[in-house]
Design a protein around this ligand. Structure first.
Ligand SMILES: Cc1cc2nc3c(=O)[nH]c(=O)nc-3n(C[C@H](O)[C@H](O)[C@H](O)COP(=O)(O)O)c2cc1C
Length: 224
């Protein structure tokens, strides 16, 4: 572990990686990352997160099952329905993100085949050897999703100290029944999000794109 990687470096350098090397990650490293991430704050220390670590043959099987569903354009049946609309300014940011991502790869707006290929890479975990599926028991309410969000970010930051990278993926939560069935997880455990974890492949074309951010003036008001 690189203990010299400071928190500011980790925050600044974290980015969604969408191309990984196939090298497996050892279990001790995953355990260390999850142990550190579990120091994340939660509402009255309720710690609502539950994690399925998926590697090896199970990873391959799940990738195949999810890919089949996505390829058939099976409508998403996520436990927490994905947003269909955004506030206007956020919709614009989302649009710019999508345009820039594709433009960066030389994929035109009308090139539905290439766009679809890119979408499908979600279900191959962008080549990562490890996928995390993050669940929350149905007894928790909306406040607890904040805790899970912080927890998943902590995973991303901790992974960097081990030279690893991550990508949070809502798309991995679109077919929760298949995930639960494949992993023998109870229906009372709601799937919130998935995450690919692995060694980043900086040569992968998808990793050339870096997302933009609002300026402080766009999201901060000061009161003295
Ligand atoms: C809840 C959530 C869901 C996401 N779902 C996906 C996804 O399904 N596929 C994907 O490639 N990236 C996904 N992302 C990554 C975002 O696109 C990314 O965080 C955003 O564009 C900012 O880029 P950055 O993470 O590189 O800074 C998701 C991120 C979050 C927080």
């Amino acid at each position: 572990m690189d203990k010299t990687l400071g928190v500011l470096d980790a925050l600044e350098n974290r980015r969604s990686v969408r191309g990984f090397k196939p090298d497996p990650i050892d279990t001790a490293t995953i355990r260390a990352i999850l142990t550190i991430a579990s120091r994340s704050p939660s509402f009255t220390n309720t710690q609502p997160w539950e994690v399925a670590v998926v590697t090896g043959a199970t990873r391959d099987l799940l990738s195949q099952k999810l890919s089949e569903l996505a390829l058939a354009n099976t409508p998403a049946q996520a436990d927490m329905p994905p947003p269909t609309t955004w506030p206007q300014a956020a919709a614009e940011r989302s649009k710019v993100h999508n345009i820039n991502r594709f433009k960066h790869l030389g994929i035109g707006r009308e090139d539905t085949e290439k766009r679809n290929q890119m979408r499908m890479q979600n279900y191959q975990f962008y080549g990562a050897p490890c996928a995390l599926f993050i669940f929350m028991d149905e007894g928790f309410g909306p406040w607890s999703t904040m805790d899970v969000g912080g927890f998943t970010h902590s995973i991303s930051l901790a992974a960097q100290a081990f030279g690893l990278a991550t990508c949070m993926q809502a798309s991995l939560a679109y077919y929760p029944d298949t995930v639960r069935q494949c992993l023998a997880i109870a229906p009372t455990k709601k799937l919130l999000v998935g995450m690919s974890v692995g060694l980043p492949d900086w040569q992968a074309p998808l990793n050339a794109y870096q997302s933009a951010r609002m300026t402080l003036d766009e999201f901060v008001q000061w009161f003295d």
